[in-house]
Ligand binder design. Structure first.
Ligand SMILES: Cc1ncc(C[n+]2csc(CCOP(=O)(O)OP(=O)(O)O)c2C)c(N)n1
Ligand SMILES: [Mg+2]
Length: 320
């Protein structure tokens, strides 16, 4: 198929990343239910288009700070499924030698600054990284992911202010899934995100966060402008959380229609539909599925065989 704009190639790349995130998280859900994962996990099933769309716009030198719902961001930024799964399972072979777990996965070798268990707390970390990019003259952007629940956190407002005052290359990326734990997120946010951003002189955009091609198309020029101009921008990605707040959350607070809308908005099904239903597309998608299934199986087997986090080494890399 003639594809002078390369959209077809990008679509397949986005699809692959989304399927990788989905299959890794589905496996994590099973491992968690079977008691093979310590602590809590929060899945981003339904929100994969955002991670995939951003990931395809980022270079290794760009940096990204994530949230408690960070598996997709990690994989899209280049953390391997093996390093992520081993970390979530608390193994010595994990990205942080099993000492961080799901909510603290970081891998500086690929610019992944870390997931974060504290709502809004990744934002000032990304701000610091953006300041480092600017100070050291790097041609790079920092990305700060945060949920709509983080709009109730002061750290986000401080970072908006300083990013604008210091003119740093930072993309504020709000994942608006409508929920903050067990409450509608707008119960904790009385403002208007566009008005908030523009009051700091930060250009604002909004995108359908369940449409991977739309996310990619919106984010690519934003990241390029942020790197070039060394100025912050904010993008609001409207999306749906399919699972509960955490695995095991029975979601009794959630209307059935909202759960159904989240399932129906599936970004993977949407992109597959756009790619068309012909035989060649089906075969190519199946071969991606097979490749990813083998990758995830191997990652789980390796994690199971690996030693647990080393208690003796627990204080290594800690300073104070
Ligand atoms: C500072 C802080 N306050 C409260 C919590 C408890 N908490 C964990 S996740 C969450 C809601 C987060 O909602 P949002 O930012 O929209 O992210 P989502 O879970 O929707 O991805 C809250 C209140 C926390 N971890 N940190
Ligand atoms: Mg939310």
């Amino acid at each position: 198929m003639a594809d002078p704009s390369g959209t077809h190639d990008i679509a397949w790349r986005l699809l692959r990343t989304m399927i990788l995130i989905r299959r890794v998280e589905e496996r994590l859900a099973r491992l968690f239910a079977d008691g093979e994962i310590p602590g809590f996990i929060h899945l981003s099933i339904g929100q994969e288009a955002i991670a995939a769309g951003f990931g395809a716009c980022l270079a290794p030198a760009d940096t990204l700070a994530s949230t408690h719902r960070g598996h997709g961001h990690c994989l899209a930024k280049g953390v391997t499924a093996a390093a992520l799964i081993a970390e979530v399972m608390g193994r010595d072979t994990g990205a942080c030698r099993g000492r961080g777990g799901s909510m603290h996965v970081a891998d500086l070798s690929v610019g992944m600054l870390g997931a974060n268990g504290i709502v809004g707390a990744g934002v000032p970390i990304a701000l610091g990284s953006a300041l480092a990019h600017k100070t050291l003259g790097r041609d790079a952007a920092a990305i700060a992911f945060f949920g709509d629940g983080a709009l109730a956190e002061g750290a986000v407002y401080e970072a908006l202010n300083l990013a604008a005052a210091w003119a740093v290359p930072l993309v504020f990326a709000c994942e608006r899934n409508g929920w903050s734990e067990f409450s509608p997120a707008d119960r904790g946010f009385a403002g208007d995100l566009e008005a908030l951003a523009t009051s700091f002189g930060i250009p604002y955009a909004r995108v359908d966060g369940d449409d991977a091609l739309a996310v990619h198309a919106a984010v690519a020029p934003i990241v390029a402008a942020v790197r070039r101009e060394r100025q912050p921008r904010l993008i609001e990605c409207v999306t749906h959380r399919v699972h509960g707040h955490f695995e095991g959350d029975p979601q009794r607070y959630r209307p059935a229609a909202d759960r159904e809308a989240a399932r129906a908005a599936d970004p993977i099904a949407r992109l597959l539909a756009k790619l068309g239903g012909d035989e060649a597309t089906r075969r190519r998608a199946e071969s991606i599925e097979a490749e990813i299934a083998a990758e995830v199986d191997a990652a789980v087997a390796a994690a199971r065989a690996a030693p647990g986090a080393d208690r003796v080494a627990a204080a290594e890399d800690v300073y104070g």
